[in-house]
Write a protein that binds this ligand. Structure first.
Ligand code: HEM
Length: 153
């Protein structure tokens, strides 16, 4: 029973995390294409809010559910390849997110705070936007791969 609850929390976290990162990227790009400083700045604020509301709880669910299951089932975390790869892929994605995406997001949020409503958006903001999208996709691929590895075992 407890194992099933933990598995549910783990999979709910996966759905929340992959759902959030893909849809956030979609509407961020969609809003950026408006070229309107107010819309672009609003979307930028929402990216940060979505991290607090969805990304952090999702990561917590994945960790609590995953390690909780491993603990009560007495699994060796470094024996089965699917479990090792799940953790490695999660770490790769987390490193890209913390090391590249979060700093870019903070830079963009600071820049968006001082946008003039009728002035063009600085080129450095768009450069960071492209970087955020490319590295965001790069950080999502390991999560999709981890989902496959965990299901296929
Ligand atoms: C952080 C380290 C992780 C640990 C310790 C972990 C651990 C586990 C464990 C013990 C199971 C249960 C397997 C079973 O009952 O047969 C499981 C299932 C699952 N995990 Fe993970 N996991 C981790 C990361 C991830 C990540 C990053 C993803 C995807 C983004 C993921 C996706 C899944 C899925 C979809 C299942 C259900 C598989 C099935 O029942 O067929 N896990 N995980």
């Amino acid at each position: 029973m407890l194992y099933s609850v933990l598995k549910f929390l783990h999979v709910a976290g996966v759905v929340l995390l992959i759902g959030n990162v893909t849809i956030t990227a979609f509407w961020k790009v969609y809003s950026d294409r408006s070229n309107d400083p107010r819309i672009v700045a609003n979307a930028q604020r929402a990216v940060i809010a979505a991290d607090w509301l969805f990304t952090f709880p999702a990561i917590t669910l994945i960790i609590v559910g995953g390690y909780g299951m491993a603990l009560i089932a007495n699994m060796d975390l470094f024996a089965d390849p699917w479990l090792v790869w799940g953790q490695v892929l999660f770490l790769i994605s987390g490193a890209l997110w913390l090391g590249v995406l979060v700093p870019v997001q903070i830079r963009q949020a600071r820049a968006a705070r001082i946008f003039e409503p009728d002035a063009p958006i600085p080129e450095s903001y768009w450069r960071d936007g492209r970087r955020w999208l490319v590295w965001g996709i790069a950080a999502t691929v390991p999560l999709v791969a981890a989902t496959y590895v965990m299901i296929a075992k």
